[in-house]
Design a binder for this molecule. Structure first.
Ligand SMILES: NC(=O)c1ccc[n+]([C@@H]2O[C@H](COP(=O)([O-])OP(=O)(O)OC[C@H]3O[C@@H](n4cnc5c(N)ncnc54)[C@H](O)[C@@H]3O)[C@@H](O)[C@H]2O)c1
Length: 310
């Protein structure tokens, strides 16, 4: 099997590339390095079945040889990144998605899209099943991320209906683990960075908003099973264990043994109040659910960050 993985030098993409190579696949990783790093795939660079090309997928792709899957993960993903790169985020989730779909159509390959829980916006249904259509502000600052993800889902479904491209849409919920960037603004690296520096942990609002955090190894297992299963989705992949942001900050401070105090700052605009996946479909269709506890996953991430960041 041969996959083209866009965004493969990012946090999730690099873990996914490793899994695909370990499963015997050939992987062509296309990444513009906007928010990725060659260091993320350093362990794969010498592998004969792995190739990294610096490429912006908003440009059409001409690729030699057979391709079985186009896995489209390219996109800034952290709020800080997509607010810093609003136009690039809109482009990779529109022009980039079209280019990936055209590649899949040309090569008679399947197309897997990394969508997001952000398609549910600030949800009015909790936990969120795939059947929920969401509550997204189309003109708010976060729309530069949410709307291209929604658009890409629509484009994928249209290519399946109009051109018969086999499509899979996964809606990934907050995932964390080694290789997150230290200052990408997401809660886990942010709190870990602050805790390791012995600095105060900055919690948005009163910290009562909830998040559900999935350890990266669990997520990659879910993606692998989805790839190998029947069905288009959309498929929620995430950990339904819900914690408040304040609980998360306290847990990281405890695990780091930093004794950092917690301080409260303003909430970002349109920051979702509640976020928790309903993973009934993944349990039933893939026999999948996360196994790494939050304590264990955070401990592993802290250990990695101590080595990588300090
Ligand atoms: N990590 C999460 O919690 C999460 C949750 C939901 C969805 N997702 C989705 O999963 C994917 C990967 O997220 P991540 O957390 O690994 O983010 P990341 O920023 O670490 O990785 C994204 C990668 O895409 C690359 N990229 C961006 N624009 C590109 C372009 N035009 N051409 C080629 N490469 C480009 C970046 O350089 C980077 O390597 C994204 O599509 C994201 O929306 C992630």
């Amino acid at each position: 099997m041969r996959a083209v993985v866009t965004g493969g030098a990012g946090f999730l993409g690099s873990h996914l590339c490793e899994r695909l190579v370990a499963e015997g696949w050939h992987v062509l990783c296309l990444d513009s390095m906007l928010t990725g790093a060659t260091a993320n795939v350093a362990g794969l660079r010498q592998h004969e079945r792995f190739r990294l090309e610096s490429y912006d997928v908003t440009r059409p792709m001409e690729i030699e040889g057979d391709v079985d899957w186009v896995l489209h993960l390219a996109s800034p993903a952290s709020p800080k990144d997509y607010l810093d790169h609003p136009i690039e985020t809109l482009q990779v989730g529109s022009l980039g998605t079209f280019n990936c779909l055209d590649l899949a159509r040309w090569k008679e390959a399947g197309f897997l899209f990394a969508s997001t829980s952000e398609v549910y916006g600030d949800p009015k249904v909790h936990p969120q099943p795939e059947s929920y259509w969401g509550n997204v502000n189309p003109i708010g600052p976060r729309s530069v991320y949410d709307e291209p993800k929604r658009f890409s889902e629509a484009a994928a479904m249209a290519y399946q209906r109009a051109h018969g491209v086999p499509v899979k849409v996964m809606r990934i919920f907050n995932t964390y683990g080694p290789r997150m960037r230290r200052r990408d603004g997401r809660a886990v690296p942010n709190f870990i960075d602050q805790a390791l520096a012995g600095a105060p942990l900055t919690v948005h609002g009163d910290g009562s908003q909830t998040r559900s955090l999935c350890y990266v190894d669990d997520l990659v297992e879910g993606i692998w099973r989805f790839l190998n299963a029947e069905g288009t989705g959309p498929m929620n992949l995430g950990n339904p264990h819900e914690v408040t942001v304040l609980e998360l900050a306290k847990l990281i401070a405890d695990l780091a043994g930093s004794g950092s105090e917690i301080v409260f700052t303003d909430r970002p605009i349109d920051d979702p109040e509640l976020r928790c996946p309903d993973i009934s479909l993944a349990r039933e269709a893939l026999g999948w659910e996360p196994h790494v506890t939050l304590e264990e996953g955070l401990a592993r991430t802290l250990e990695w960050a101590r080595g990588a960041w300090t």
